[in-house]
Design a protein around this ligand. Structure first.
Ligand code: FAD
Ligand code: SIN
Length: 518
């Protein structure tokens, strides 16, 4: 089957749906989501979205905090632009139907998280992402120009490569004509032709054994663009969230929002010592790279598997009111937040790098834009500040919408695209090959490419990954496609990029820390 659309949006998280709503006035929009429309990382966002809404906060302070957290590696012009445009994008989200908590004075109730010098995080209790997704999905479903196709797996974007041209990484004018999309219910790969495509596929957390990310976070968009010879950078900057709930059998790991530390909770070790002050004056609210590394060091010294978050000094009613979701979760595990300390441990959480874009979200491939976690815009530098991800996603989705609505009419659908060729492939009945390889990649990434790295660990990781790469490519070529196999392939691709870029970085900056760079 061939389907044509003006705007193809790959991903139904905050970046994809916000963009879809903004461009829908200018043409037909097709949104693809590999699972149900609601199943994405955005839904799990807890802390909120950062933006300056009143004094004593200021845009200058937001810029400075972001750059400090990013270890000076951010693109200052981009940071400035995002912080300045943030307040308008919050108004958009509210117009689209999202609610944010207010205090008794009727002002936004602003939370505080690591690295923020002021309270500036707008939130909806501790389920901000769910509230934003509720609003965006409702609005998108009402819009007659937007079609949402769920459970559709995008395998690859279509470029001149599919017309038989030899595309190399430095080939100029690579162009995106749409995507090949697997409909797993029919076992069929369809062709979607678009004038403009937005990649909004989220992060790579599933490359690790322990992650806060849902199963969909397999780095598909980044891997697709890499395979299409597009530009990818900063993949060494994998962010580990300091406080995921220690509950080893639970996948993904449940997040205990940093906003609780902004509310007064304190990190302690098993001796109930406030160890974090040894590492940074900002204590439990230092930037994430510093806190996660401090916990990692502490755990290595003590041999413990977790540290604690102590909320026992905070009023129970206030805890229950502000963090109802976390309160309920802890209760279900027999932890009473007001009486017991919460066991927490770092978990892979966010990728700062990804598809390189300009200030309008344009990638190095023509007619292909990227927004949200899969994009590398220059905003986060070497370490993203808390609650700046949702903000970056809406600012760039908006900018991409402004640019692409102006140029969409210049493009025609490219009609001579060959159908997906599945000749010679057979049904792969041994799913165990895929699940076992996935576990192996996750083991490699967690053991050798974690919070603390070394040349030896990275070299070992690369060697082992190579073997898995070869086996998986072989399997891919001869198998009838299924999403799990494609995801494994993508996870191997993004893991490769993380290892390669980590090996290349010879200084310790932000989230990249190697014993050989000291
Ligand atoms: P996502 O929301 O992940 O959406 C990706 C979409 O792409 C999904 O619809 C998926 O189905 C689709 N997709 C992927 N691959 C394919 C494919 N091959 N074919 C078809 N569809 C595909 N950030 C903040 O700023 N504030 C917070 O409070 C916050 N809390 C967080 C809490 C948790 C537990 C986690 C894990 C992250 C949190 N983050 C937070 C980070 C933030 O939530 C994410 O970075 C952001 O939501 C990513 O949005 P996105 O639109 O880029 O991607
Ligand atoms: C959190 O609520 O701690 C996560 C916020 C984020 O990742 O920005």
């Amino acid at each position: 089957m061939i389907k044509k659309t003006d705007f193809l949006v790959i991903g139904s998280g905050i970046a994809g749906l916000y963009y879809a709503l903004k461009v829908a006035e200018h043409g037909k929009v097709l949104v693809l989501s590999k699972g149900p429309v609601i199943e994405n990382t955005t839904k799990y966002a807890q802390g909120g979205i950062a933006a300056v809404v009143r004094s004593p906060d200021s845009i200058e302070k937001h810029i400075k905090d972001t750059i400090d957290c990013g270890a000076g590696f951010c693109d200052e012009q981009i940071v400035k632009m995002v912080c300045m445009e943030g307040p308008e994008r919050i108004k958009d989200l509210i117009k689209m139907g999202a609610s944010f908590d207010k205090n008794e004075k009727g002002e936004f109730d602003l939370g505080k998280e690591g690295g923020h010098s002021e309270n500036r995080v707008l939130h909806y209790k501790d389920c901000t992402g769910k509230e934003i997704m509720r609003a965006l999905i409702d609005a998108a479903k009402k819009n007659t120009n937007i079609e949402i196709f769920e459970n559709q797996y995008v395998v690859d974007i279509i470029t001149q490569h599919h017309l038989g041209k030899n595309i190399k990484r430095n080939t100029p004018d690579i162009e995106c004509y749409g995507a090949y999309v697997l409909d797993p219910s029919k076992g069929q790969v369809n062709t979607v032709l678009s004038k403009i495509t937005l990649m909004a596929t989220g992060g790579i957390g599933m490359a690790y054994q322990t992650t806060t990310n849902p199963n969909v976070a397999t780095g598909d968009g980044i891997a697709m663009v890499y395979r299409a010879k597009g530009e990818i950078n900063n993949m060494e900057f994998v962010q580990f969230h300091p406080s995921s709930l220690y509950n080893p059998l639970e996948k993904p790991s449940f997040l205990i929002t940093e906003a609780i530390r902004g509310f007064g909770a304190i990190l302690k070790n098993s001796k109930e010592e406030v160890f974090i002050d040894k590492y940074d004056d900002r204590g439990s609210l230092a930037p994430r790279d510093i806190v996660a590394r401090a916990i990692d060091t502490e755990l290595k010294l003590s041999g413990d598997e977790y540290v604690y978050l102590d909320c026992r000094h905070i009023d129970r009613i206030a805890l229950k009111r502000s963090f109802p979701n976390i309160y309920k979760k802890c209760k279900s595990l027999g932890i009473d937040m007001a009486k017991d300390m919460i066991p927490v441990t770092p978990a892979a959480h966010y990728i700062c790098g990804g598809i390189v874009t300009d200030k309008f979200g344009k990638s190095s491939i023509k007619r292909l834009y990227a927004a949200g976690e899969c994009a590398s815009t220059g905003m986060h530098g070497a370490n993203r500040m808390a609650s700046n991800s949702l903000l970056e996603a809406v600012v760039f989705a908006n900018r991409a919408a402004t640019e692409t609505t102006n140029i969409v009419d210049k493009f025609e659908h490219y009609d001579n695209i060959p159908q997906w060729d599945s000749e010679g492939t057979v049904l792969n009945e041994e799913m165990v090959l895929i699940t076992q390889s996935l576990k192996e990649v996750q083991g490699i990434m967690s053991n050798y490419v974690g919070i603390v790295r070394s040349d030896l660990r990275l070299n070992r990781a690369l060697k082992r990954l190579n073997l898995l790469f070869n086996e998986t490519e072989e399997l891919y070529i001869k198998s009838i496609l299924n999403p799990k196999l494609c995801e494994l392939r993508n996870i191997i691709n993004v893991s490769y990029l993380t290892i390669k870029m980590s090996k290349k970085r010879r200084d310790n900056i932000g989230l990249h820390y190697s014993l050989d760079n000291i």
